[in-house]
Design a protein around this ligand. Structure first.
Ligand SMILES: Cc1ncc(COP(=O)(O)O)c(C=O)c1O
Length: 396
């Protein structure tokens, strides 16, 4: 390997691009989907109910409601929580825009609070200063797959009678003080996008212990209709009444068949993600120019992504330059996230840069390194080698 950076014409560390994440689909997943395609139901059939039952069991919740994406899951959860025009919902700026958009869909206003500089999760100590008489809910995001300090968040929410909706899009399989994420708050949402822990192509799930909320979620994903088609026929009803303004957010049986097959492999996927993360942490913990976020002692991290922070004071290059240099080495780095309120749409709503200094400082330094179940140790070593090469080159 040449020491000249690939971006300057040297030989890249890898011959082909290593993506930051990707699904793992085996032959049994393919068979499960094909079997469903040959069955009587390709939507609103038995695979949906079975996937929901198994998913709920896996996370320890009473109810799971399958929907067409993590975004739909957030929208449904915000609806079920009763959030409407004029309501405020406190969340983190270090998230995908879907989190805060869901509040806006229902006419509410997202209030962005700041994050902890070490874990990158919502700082529970700041929450009381964000609450107003209009605050109705808190949406913590388990960033990268590391659970937030839920005990502290619940204490603040309980004191104000607020609902907590966990955005666990990164955190299927995560645990907090030995308790599984999925039944610890009133509502929890998951994403089943291909880069997530298990996939249905596109898909999402909302879990809850509350039967009334589960009913609202089921109606919302089906146009707000009082009963679904199978129920209507079974009960001999002429038509279903529309009682809420809902959407078509249904997940098909084809997708749920894939989800069921994937769910059986979740523990294996999590184990491999953890092994990759541990290898990174061992190799990168003392690398000059890089700082790794803290991992709490009391959590099981689900490692959806592997974030690392550039120590820009020690580097002569800025983040875009380091980013381009790593990409030239064929390492598919990416980054999560620009603060949600930096997006032009949010600026149009009146949010301004400078609002949350810690989240903004992190967003300026953060990199996401590749992590996915099919990654080999040799792939991890390539990422480490590329980081050593690139950061070594730019070290002051
Ligand atoms: C934190 C977070 N919330 C919500 C979503 C939305 O999920 P989906 O892509 O399944 O709609 C994502 C997707 O990446 C996410 O990262």
């Amino acid at each position: 390997m040449s020491d000249r950076l690939a971006i300057d014409g040297g030989r890249p560390v890898r011959a082909s691009l290593l993506p930051y994440g990707r699904q793992r689909i085996d032959e049994d997943d393919v068979r499960a989907v094909v079997e469903t395609l040959r069955s009587d139901f390709i939507t609103t059939g038995p695979a949906v109910a079975e996937f929901e039952r198994r998913f709920a069991e896996r996370v320890g919740a009473r109810h799971a409601v399958a929907v067409s994406s993590g975004t739909a899951a957030l929208h449904a959860a915000v609806f079920a929580a009763g959030i409407g025009p004029g309501d405020e919902v406190v969340t983190t700026p270090l998230t995908f825009v879907a989190t805060s958009n869901a509040v806006i869909y229902q006419g509410g206003r997202p209030v962005f609070s700041d994050v902890c500089a070490d874990t990158l999760n919502l700082d529970a100590r700041l929450l009381p200063s964000r609450f107003t008489p209009r605050t109705r809910a808190v949406i913590p995001v388990h960033f990268a797959g590391q659970p937030c300090d839920l005990d502290a968040i619940h204490a603040e929410a309980r004191a104000r009678g607020l609902i907590v909706i966990e955005d666990a899009a990164h955190a299927l399989g995560a645990e907090c003080l030995g308790r599984r994420i999925g039944a610890l708050s009133q509502l929890t949402i998951f994403s089943l996008h291909p880069v997530k822990h298990i996939t249905t192509g596109e898909g999402g799930m909302v879990t809850t212990d509350d039967g009334h909320l589960a009913e609202r979620l089921r109606r919302f994903r089906n146009h707000g209709l009082s009963v679904d088609a199978a129920d209507r026929q079974a009960r001999g009803l002429l038509y279903a009444e529309m009682v809420d303004l809902g959407f078509n957010y249904r997940l098909t049986d084809i997708q749920c068949a894939l989800g069921l097959s994937q769910l059986r492999k979740l523990d294996g996927f999590l184990a491999r993600r953890t092994a990759v993360a541990e290898r990174y942490r061992a190799e990168l913990k003392d690398l000059p120019g890089l700082v790794l976020p803290a991992v709490g002692d009391n959590v099981r991290h689900a490692w959806h992504i592997f974030p690392a922070l550039l120590d820009l004071e020690r580097l002569s290059a800025d983040r875009p330059t380091v980013f381009a240099a790593l990409r030239a080495e064929n390492i598919g780095v990416t980054f999560h996230y620009v603060p949600a309120y930096w997006h032009p749409y949010y600026e149009r709503l009146g949010y301004r840069r400078g609002l949350r200094p810690r989240a903004e400082a992190i967003a300026a330094r953060i990199l996401t390194l590749p992590i996915f179940p099919a990654m080999t140790d040799a792939d991890v070593d390539d990422v480490v080698a590329a980081l050593r090469k690139v950061l070594g080159h730019y070290l002051r």
